[in-house]
Design a protein around this ligand. Structure first.
Ligand SMILES: *Cc1c(COP(=O)(O)O)cnc(C)c1O
Length: 358
């Protein structure tokens, strides 16, 4: 069986070279006589894997020294609670941009801890664009936004200016897709299963001075300081996922780093959006300035053809193209590990399908 092009939103494709290396090392990691899965997280072998992964991530993102990198569990969804618990700093208000399904989840969780103000709310345009201006709340402890809405296919291509408020970003589906200026952020977080590695690992990059106080009764495991002080080894970290993430970081470095990654991703996205815009059969509703490079939702002119589109795509080894259950239609997730030939194969299929059924 050969590998398909998998357009899943997450867990998503991993680079083949990474899987090959993991396969070669699975029984005996570099002469250690053990699989990485079997190693103590406190062994010198695993320590070297963990430190190398962090060093490579720091190198890729040029992470300043006053930021800590945490390798946690619990998914991006746990961060929805950890952020207010750790970053309100005695305050009772926070600003959240509401630009799609994932923003809404973050907002719902934050409301359990504080008053939430929405300087940006894209509900009225069905999450297809973002207002040009926004009024921040001077009393807000921080501003949270979702740079890439994985389900709605809406992405910010510039960093919102929030003055000196700490800017917090859910980067789950866009981290490492292009260069990023970490110094503009107070904290960024990402579940690994889109652009980093296997599910089970969550990466948090936090400006260290923000981690100094929590709301009363915050559990030890939900306190950033716990993980900062222990090098993410307060308890057993997700060791195998951490190792695979390290291989992915090396893979990105080897192909030229985030500038090259960004070029590839922009080109893939442009090819697909051009195909959609040139047809009267496929449609993407997002304003062109906010179209995602990572997740491309589209609908067919006649939704009755959805089923045969998906079935025939699968025959052509193009997998997992159905849209999120909340929005329907199709969605092609084209993260870092999706090669351009996968996008081209999808485009060829779409053009042929339209010719036959349009
Ligand atoms: C996938 C995703 C999440 C949820 O991540 P989990 O790791 O499953 O909790 C949150 N935010 C965004 C933007 C996502 O794409």
């Amino acid at each position: 069986m050969s590998r398909a092009f998998n357009f899943s939103a997450g867990p998503a494709m991993l680079p083949e070279a990474v899987l090959e290396q993991a396969k070669a090392e699975i029984l005996d990691w570099q002469g250690s006589g053990m699989s990485v899965m079997e190693m103590s997280h406190r062994s010198k072998e695993f320590k070297s894997i963990a430190e190398q992964a962090e060093a490579d991530l720091r190198d890729l993102l040029k992470i300043p020294n006053n930021y800590k990198v945490l390798f946690l569990q619990g998914g991006a969804s746990s961060q929805f609670a950890m952020i207010p618990m750790n970053l309100l700093h005695g305050n009772n208000e926070a600003d959240y941009f509401n630009t799609g399904v994932w923003s809404k989840k973050a907002i719902a969780e934050a409301k359990r801890y504080c008053q939430v103000n929405l300087p940006v709310d894209s509900t009225s345009n069905k999450f297809t664009t973002v207002s040009d201006t926004w009024q921040l709340n001077p009393n807000a402890a921080y501003v949270h936004y979702t740079p890439n809405e994985t389900i709605n296919g809406l992405e910010f291509h510039t960093i919102p200016n929030v003055g000196d408020k700490p800017l917090i970003a859910d980067m789950s589906s866009t981290i490492l897709s292009r260069p990023l200026d970490i110094s503009k952020y107070g904290l960024i977080y990402a579940g690994a299963q889109k652009n980093i590695g296997p599910a089970g690992l969550t990466i948090v990059i936090i400006r260290e001075d923000l981690a100094d106080s929590v709301i009363p009764n915050t559990p030890t495991m939900l306190t950033y300081k716990t993980h900062i002080d222990s090098g993410s080894m307060y308890n057993t970290p997700p060791t195998y996922a951490w190792y695979i993430a390290g291989l992915v970081f090396k893979w990105i470095k080897d192909l030229g780093g985030l500038i090259e990654m960004g070029k590839r991703n922009q080109r893939k996205a442009e090819l697909l959006y051009t195909t959609i815009d040139n047809s009267n059969f496929y449609k993407n509703p997002v304003a062109s300035a906010y179209r995602s490079w990572m997740n491309v939702p589209f609908t067919l002119k006649n939704p009755e053809l959805d089923k045969s589109f998906l079935a025939e795509a699968k025959e052509a080894s193009l997998f997992t193209l159905s849209g999120h259950r909340s929005v329907g239609g199709m969605r092609a997730s084209i993260y870092n590990a999706m090669p351009e030939e996968g996008v081209q194969a999808l485009i060829d299929f779409m053009i042929d399908f339209e010719k036959r059924k349009g």
